[in-house]
Design a protein around this ligand. Structure first.
Ligand SMILES: Nc1ncnc2c1ncn2[C@@H]1O[C@H](COP(=O)(O)OP(=O)(O)OP(=O)(O)O)[C@@H](O)[C@H]1O
Ligand SMILES: [Mg+2]
Length: 318
């Protein structure tokens, strides 16, 4: 089997705060193949953004390996990282906050080209026009500033900027969560269309399972800093193996009318403090199936076949 485009291995990110240490990412492994979309889901605070940012080294991982397109990113110095990272870009949730209001849209989109010394001034201008066209904006948009645009248009600008260096992977962190529902669909369709045309792979972070079901080839489910299940989309939505995946799916209306209804209610709805997570399986305090073993032994991801992996001691019985 050929090496995946992006492979994250046992990644750890900790934040030291006045209240204590948070293991925001606690030994996460995942991979993304060329041209595919991996969804990353989980409740607020479970570490999705931190994981995405750590992959781009926007936050420093404490441990672990990040292999991207044959390069070891985690081991690189910041300077060496810049060139290696051209192929790996990020789109943020809030396009208003990530686009400097003093710059023109053209300069914002051209900035990555500028930083990496790509092309002449005229070539960069032409590339900006092409990127604007690709994301469905008119060429005149280049002369205006971000505030002249709607939220959806600003996210198109953010996407154009992320695509400027022809990346192989784009990490999209809740790219439509800040947008009106009607606009969300347009942006999602744009992403699907861009992926078909450019062959770019996405790591798509979202808490909206409907969107993930619509867009992703595979899905990884995260709970308090750990991946508890990863599976092809079909398997995850039809046969979720982890009690936490079931909880998430139960809480969300399914797009698939044929999906079976699942009932078991969680023992508790409360997310434990990330400063003091439960021993063993971190989900055990909310899990209707928890037994003693779950408190003493951390479950490892095990292979259920057909690409489905689950970290649950009781996955075989429940
Ligand atoms: N810069 C930081 N300093 C301290 N703690 C942080 C920092 N960034 C994130 N955290 C903590 O790390 C944990 C994971 O946060 P993160 O933002 O990655 O979660 P998330 O899954 O993206 O949540 P959301 O769905 O709300 O965006 C949380 O407990 C959060 O409080
Ligand atoms: Mg987040």
């Amino acid at each position: 089997m050929s090496e995946p485009l992006l492979a994250v291995d046992d990644l750890v990110v900790r934040f030291d705060t006045p209240r204590g240490t948070v293991s925001a990412v606690d030994g996460v492994s995942l991979h993304v193949a060329r041209g595919e979309t991996l969804g990353l889901v989980g409740e607020s605070g479970c570490g999705k953004s931190t994981l995405g940012r750590a992959i781009l080294r926007l936050v420093e991982p404490k441990a672990g390996a990040i292999r991207f397109d044959g390069d070891d990113l985690a081991g690189r110095s910041r300077a060496a990282l810049r060139s290696a990272r051209r192929g790996l870009q990020m789109v943020f949730q809030d396009p208003a906050a990530s686009l400097d209001p003093r710059w023109t849209v053209g300069d914002l989109i051209a900035e990555p080209l500028h930083i990496h010394g790509v092309g002449t001034r005229a070539e960069r201008k032409a590339k900006v026009r092409d990127l604007l066209r690709q994301v469905g904006l008119p060429p005149e948009a280049a002369e205006r500033r971000p505030h002249a645009f709607s939220g959806g248009q600003r996210q198109r600008i953010g996407i154009a900027r992320a695509l400027a260096l022809d990346p192989k992977v784009v990490v999209l962190d809740e790219p439509v969560s800040a947008l009106d529902v009607s606009v969300q669909a347009q942006i999602l369709n744009l992403l699907v269309d861009l992926q078909e045309r450019l062959g770019v792979a996405f790591l798509f972070i979202s808490h909206d399972l409907g969107v993930v079901e619509h867009l992703c080839d595979r899905v990884a489910v995260m709970y308090l800093g750990r991946i508890v299940e990863s599976a092809p989309r079909e398997a995850l939505f039809r046969r979720p193996a982890h009690p936490y995946s079931r909880l998430l799916l139960d809480a969300a209306p399914s797009l698939d009318a044929n999906a079976p209804r699942r009932t078991p209610a969680p023992a508790s709805n409360e997310l434990p403090s990330p400063y003091d997570p439960p021993s063993g399986c971190r989900f055990r305090t909310r899990c209707p199936h928890a037994v003693e073993r779950c408190a003493v032994e951390t479950p490892k991801l095990s292979d259920l076949g057909a690409g489905q992996h689950v970290a649950c001691h009781r996955a075989g019985e429940i």
